[in-house]
Design a protein around this ligand. Structure first.
Ligand code: 7TS
Length: 423
């Protein structure tokens, strides 16, 4: 088994950050939508895929396809090596101490459910509390609501202030000696807010609690280092970081994963089975019952290679530049209110907004006529969206292939739509 991928990620990247050259790697960006060039600004929902990732899928199915961890034949050995190499690349990408700490799941949602059904099932009891924030995606709310109800535990929220920042003024009273878990988003998929994870990790650890980070919106966009954040669990999805759908990651601290019971039972996750009983395989296989998503894991490795070539520092800088530009341009739109922090340095490339007179769905449909894809709705964060006294918002979210001229087109598109609706 090849687990020896140990180069550290090239933070600065090895390829020049040239947006035109990046764009040429993404076949879908050549598409016309309603007769116009596609402008894809729905990256927080899912990213587009470069040729290199698509090719890794076809290469795998054309050249290597076999089941893993089983055969002695060449294809099975090659498939296993590639599958495990991808795991090591992911471990490296987030600076995980060991590749066995990286568990392949279907997506962020499954990673969160896994922790709720195993670690939390064992460690949260009556009278304990779980602390989340007011800016979580449903995936990081509902599993804890269900767990709290099951265990007669309390679910507590850290509030989001008017400024779009997490209110941690009362952190010491909310995260207390009965807190077992702090589960928080690293970056909000609605407000774009980047949360002070390390500060919360320190507080959680000071009271003997564990901290889980929903990194679905951070890992694709900024350097994330689980050691410097000092967190215990971290979850993300490949499809938001140039990789395929249907595969995600749960990273956990080795000692915690070791103590956790399995999530699913079946092939691969066992060491020995008798007619009466069974015991469990070592990490990470204990959490990977059945034939895994081999092709998509390998393609996730290709996505990580692509991002490393660019350098995550550069990815973040590019998105910051776009965010500053978008917020400046949006400020000229009198009927548009941007949600989230005003200071672009406190947020990532997610710009949600409410139009005073045009419903977001109408705006989204009108922009689609111009080839512009944005997200509209509650963004799977209903409680947060409702706290702004609306039921829906529009959202533009950026990635490595977006440009300032696309933001200009968005702003012009909103103006055009305003003209149409005021007729
Ligand atoms: N957590 C956050 C912060 C997210 O933004 C999302 C998906 C998830 C969890 C769930 O990820 P999944 O891969 O399991 O679905 N966010 C969005 C979004 O903002 N629009 O569509 C999906």
């Amino acid at each position: 088994m090849n687990n020896t991928y140990s180069e550290t990620a090239p933070a600065a990247g090895t390829r020049k950050f040239d947006v035109e050259s990046i764009r040429s790697d993404f076949p879908i960006l050549a598409r016309k939508i309603n007769g116009r060039n596609l402008i894809y600004l729905d990256n927080a929902a899912t990213s587009q895929k470069p040729r290199q990732v698509i090719k890794s899928l076809t290469d795998y199915y054309e050249q290597t396809n076999a089941n893993v961890h089983r055969g002695v034949h060449t294809l099975s050995i090659e498939a296993t090596d590639e599958y495990e190499l991808a795991r090591s690349k992911v471990a490296n990408f987030i600076n995980a101490p060991r590749p066995e700490e990286v568990i392949w799941t279907r997506n962020t949602s499954e990673s969160l459910n896994l922790v709720a059904a195993t670690w939390a099932e064992q460690n949260v009891g009556e009278g304990d509390n779980i602390v989340i924030t007011a800016m979580e995606h449903h995936s990081n709310i509902v599993p804890w609501q269900q767990l709290a109800a099951r265990k007669k535990a309390e679910l507590r929220y850290l509030a989001a202030g008017e400024d779009g920042l997490l209110d941690i003024s009362n952190l010491e009273s909310i995260v207390d000696s009965r807190t077992r878990l702090v589960a928080m988003t690293h970056m909000s998929n609605v407000l774009g807010t980047v949360n002070p994870v390390r500060e919360l990790a320190d507080r959680a650890h000071a009271v003997g609690a564990v901290i889980l980070v929903d990194a679905a919106q951070s890992v694709p966009h900024m350097p994330v280092d689980v050691r410097s954040l000092d967190v215990d669990f971290l979850c993300f999805s490949a499809h938001k970081m140039l990789g395929p759908t249907g595969i995600g990651v749960l990273w956990g601290r080795y000692d915690l994963l070791e103590e956790m019971p399995p999530y699913m039972f079946g092939g691969d996750m066992i060491l020995e089975v008798t007619y009466e009983d069974a015991n469990w395989n070592k990490l990470p296989y204990k959490f990977e019952a059945g034939t895994p998503n081999i092709a998509d894991a390998i393609a996730t490795g290709a996505a990580v290679d692509y991002l490393n070539d660019l350098g995550m520092d550069n990815v973040w800088l590019h998105e910051q530049e776009l965010t500053v530009y978008a917020m400046e341009k949006f400020s000229a739109l009198n009927e548009v209110k941007i949600l989230g922090p005003k200071d672009p340095t406190l947020r990532g490339g997610v710009v949600s907004f409410i139009h005073e007179t045009i419903h977001p769905h109408d705006l989204g449909t009108a922009l689609d006529q111009q080839g512009i894809a944005i997200r509209t709705g509650h963004h799977c964060a209903m409680p947060l969206i409702r706290s702004f006294d609306v039921v829906a918002a529009a959202r533009a979210s950026f990635y490595i292939y977006n440009t300032k001229s696309e933001i200009d087109a968005l702003v012009n598109g909103i103006r055009e739509t305003e003209g149409y609706f005021s007729r």
